[in-house]
Design a protein around this ligand. Structure first.
Ligand code: P6P
Length: 283
């Protein structure tokens, strides 16, 4: 898989460049989830597609920005599912954004995720990689190349509460759960970008990120294959938990369509236990 991780490093440099150098206007197209595509979304997707085209171990690609599966090397072992530029609408307000990669071997479902990675394009460019062994590793661009700087470990209990979704569309017990955390003194940390919002909680030791099912989006908003499942591996390997609204591990999800979404909760053990109680989920 090292060839995939090295390719992601190359991708990171190229996408960071286009973010800083190119137009952030809207293209005249929509992605498979019906969201308007920024020119940056399309450019980032193209960068990733071209980069993996020559990687022998990559059998196919699934992109948030495209409908189907793009077949690459017939002898390849892995399918890479990715969100090329998550939270791209934040670029024009100069907030951090990122790319998310899920590396699957076999059918596209949680149990077949063998590794995940995400890049953060912010004041610094960073790459975080998780496999099924050990803690997620953070590498940072220093003097023009990625250097490993630390591993991610979550405390039993954190201080951050990143509460996603439109509040007026939350169910009552979710609203009570979120309000109770603030009553306990949690700090709201929510930029609207999944990558920096989830990264911050892991780097700063813990807390919870929630994007529940809502009255307008009963199955949540975040996509299973290239957002939810890759971050679920990160959180579990960092010592936290990642579940859906029924208490199911997100790493056990089996999407029926590449763009299926899921309600998702990522957090330290204390906060996830509190969520289970609020949702009446038996352990
Ligand atoms: P909301 C960005 O559009 C995104 O897909 C994720 O990066 C982010 O976590 C979520 O949507 C934010 O959604 O509904 O809170 O604006």
């Amino acid at each position: 898989m090292n060839d995939i991780f090295e390719t992601i490093k190359t991708i990171a440099f190229e996408i960071d460049h286009v973010i800083k150098a190119e137009d952030v206007g809207y293209s005249d197209s929509e992605n498979s989830s019906g969201e308007d595509q920024l020119k940056l979304d399309v450019q980032s997707d193209l960068i990733i597609e071209k980069a993996f085209a020559d990687v022998a171990s990559v059998k196919a690609l699934v992109s948030e920005e495209k409908e189907g599966v793009l077949e690459l090397s017939p002898t390849g072992k892995y399918t890479v599912c990715y969100d090329p530029l998550d939270g791209s609408s934040l670029v024009d307000v100069n907030l951090s954004v990122g790319s998310i990669f899920g590396i699957y071997e076999g059918e596209l479902e949680g149990k077949n995720l063998v590794a995940s990675a995400y890049t953060v394009y912010g004041p610094r460019v960073e790459l975080i990689i998780a496999t099924r062994k050990g803690k997620p590793k953070v590498s940072r661009v220093i003097d023009g190349k990625f250097q490993e700087v630390f591993e991610l470990t979550m405390n039993e209990k954190g201080i951050f509460n990143a509460s996603g979704g439109t509040q007026q569309n939350w169910c009552d017990y979710h609203k009570t759960f979120i309000d109770d955390l603030f009553e306990e003194g949690y700090h709201l940390r929510y930029s609207g970008g999944m990558v920096p919002d989830l990264h911050q909680i892991m780097v700063k030791g813990g807390g919870i990120f929630s994007y529940p099912g809502t009255s307008d989006k009963p199955n949540g908003k975040l996509r299973q294959l290239f957002e939810v499942i890759p971050f679920a591996l990160m959180y579990e390997q960092a010592g936290g938990q990642a579940i859906n609204n029924k208490g199911m591990r997100l790493l056990e999800l089996v999407p029926s369509h590449p763009h299926d979404t899921s309600p998702c909760f990522f957090g330290s053990n204390y906060e996830i236990t509190a969520l289970r109680e609020a949702y009446g989920i038996k352990v």
